[in-house]
Design a protein around this ligand. Structure first.
Ligand SMILES: NC(=O)c1ccc[n+]([C@@H]2O[C@H](COP(=O)([O-])OP(=O)(O)OC[C@H]3O[C@@H](n4cnc5c(N)ncnc54)[C@H](OP(=O)(O)O)[C@@H]3O)[C@@H](O)[C@H]2O)c1
Length: 445
């Protein structure tokens, strides 16, 4: 029994080992109890066969289907990723093998819920992106994601997607965020889960609102539902960094973004081509813009660059453009600027003579949960001095521009020990440019 459990666990992590051949290859059905976990690609049915890197040892889909028919389980579906095929009943019995695999299985289905959740990224504010799947007999029978504030939550979408509502009875619901337990724009999901007859709920992360955290867990457990929390918790939490901050503080998540030269200059020489960074970096910026509620710049950037601050070249852009926010002390802003004259001019806000913190507070009150500050030097400097930036996204182009405009101005840190640091930075290449991303950590005051 345990041998197959161990093999199963290895098959998830060790994609090209000898052992897989036994499990997922020719002898797929010979080692009971056998659970085969495959990802979306591995079961896409292009040309009638498995199409990912594991092709060499995965069976063709038709082979699997034939085998399922032989096992009298033809109803098992391969269309919902990731697909867990339970090859016999033993593997679902509460045996040591099952408990060994339970965590792996829960994580695989939570990945499926995360995939659902990502479909809503950028569209749900001020709500979080949430995904859910309903699993019965080892397979996904329902799935859904939260599409937009005011529309049903992911759990309700998943319940509604069931071919037959009775499929929820005795099933397990995987959801990336703790279900709501209070009336908001929609009725509480915890009630809907109970009414549907779900027997087990697996939660990625608890409600980040301290007033509600754990409440649905208690309610469900009181009514006899088994609840497991914290499966892929970090991934589920990171999906909604902006919401998590905003719901607890009513301040938006702030990203400092700049395109700069290797010597940290952000301003091109007069008459030089408009961009410092390359097309790939700029396309990436548009992806990021598509996921935030607002973009903020200083008055000088409006005067010098006449930026549009819109989302361009991203699918779905017609549905959503971020707010454009200008901060100015003088109020001396050109009325002919694109921000005041283009098709999205009703999405431009001007704040005159207000400290940045107050501006951000007001944006938070307007249910703006995330803001990119796109410069320039003085505005970013003030934001860092006031410890308002949560994350940086800097694109560095391999050139030396020189000149007076650095990426951040402001007072700066007195000593290196007082400087904000980027924690767990990631570095990604976009052609010849490099993108540095990471969260900002400020030393204790
Ligand atoms: N490469 C890049 O990614 C990038 C991005 C943006 C900008 N840039 C460049 O950066 C240069 C502009 O940078 P900069 O440092 O000169 O100017 P800036 O930061 O764009 O604007 C400074 C102005 O913003 C306003 N401001 C700043 N903080 C404020 C606050 N707390 N409250 C109210 N108003 C506030 C003031 O506007 P008023 O002057 O109107 O009073 C201030 O003079 C331009 O050359 C532009 O091309 C580069």
């Amino acid at each position: 029994m345990c041998r197959s459990g161990g093999r199963f666990a290895r098959s998830l992590t060790q994609r090209h080992g000898d052992t897989e051949k036994d499990i997922l290859g020719k002898r797929l059905h010979t080692v009971p109890p056998c659970l085969c976990v495959k990802n979306e690609q591995s079961l896409s049915d292009k040309d009638g066969e498995v199409t990912d890197v594991t092709r060499s040892y995965l069976p063709r889909k038709s082979q699997v289907e034939r085998e399922l028919r032989r096992m009298k389980k033809p109803e098992m579906s391969f269309s919902v990723p990731p697909c867990i095929c339970v090859k016999n009943e033993q593997s679902l019995s509460p045996s040591p093998v099952f408990s060994l695999n339970n965590r792996v299985i829960d994580e695989a289905f939570m990945q499926a819920a995360l995939t659902e959740a990502r479909r809503g990224l950028g569209a749900t504010s001020p709500n979080p992106a949430v995904g859910a799947v309903i699993v019965r007999g080892g397979q996904v029978v329902g799935s859904g994601w939260h599409r937009k504030a005011g529309l049903p939550h992911a759990e309700i979408e998943a319940l509604r997607s069931l071919a037959d509502p009775s499929l929820a009875q005795g099933a397990t619901l995987y959801v990336t965020l703790e279900p709501c337990s209070t009336h908001g724009r929609t009725p509480p999901c915890s009630e809907a889960i109970l009414n549907a007859g779900i027997r087990r709920v697996v939660i990625g992360t608890l409600d980040p609102n301290p007033a509600h955290a754990g409440r649905a867990v208690g309610l469900l457990r009181e009514r006899g539902v088994e609840v497991r929390c914290g499966v892929l918790e970090e991934e589920c939490r990171r999906l909604n960094l902006a919401f998590n901050k905003w719901i607890a503080t009513r301040m938006p998540w702030v990203i400092a973004k700049a395109g700069m030269s290797l010597d940290a200059r952000i301003s091109r020489p007069p008459e030089a081509p408009r961009w410092i960074t390359n097309e790939a970096s700029r396309a990436d910026t548009h992806q990021m813009r598509a996921q935030v509620d607002a973009i903020l710049v200083g008055g000088e950037t409006v005067r010098a660059d006449n930026p549009q601050l819109t989302v361009r070249g991203v699918p779905g852009e017609a549905h959503r453009q971020p707010w454009r926010v200008i901060v100015s002390r003088s109020g001396n802003l050109p009325p002919e600027a694109a921000l005041f004259t283009d098709a999205h001019r009703d999405r431009t806000l001007v704040f005159t003579g207000r400290p940045l913190r107050e501006v951000l507070q007001e944006l938070g009150q307007r249910e703006i949960t995330s803001v990119i500050i796109e410069g320039g030097m003085r505005t970013l400097g003030e934001a860092f001095d006031a410890r308002l930036v949560d994350q940086v996204c800097f694109y560095v182009a391999p050139m030396l521009l020189g000149g007076p405009k650095l990426v951040t101005g402001g007072l700066g840190a007195g000593q290196t020990s007082e400087a904000p640091r980027i924690v767990n930075p990631t570095y990604e290449r976009f052609g010849d440019d490099l993108r540095l991303m990471g969260e900002v950590e400020y030393p204790k005051e």
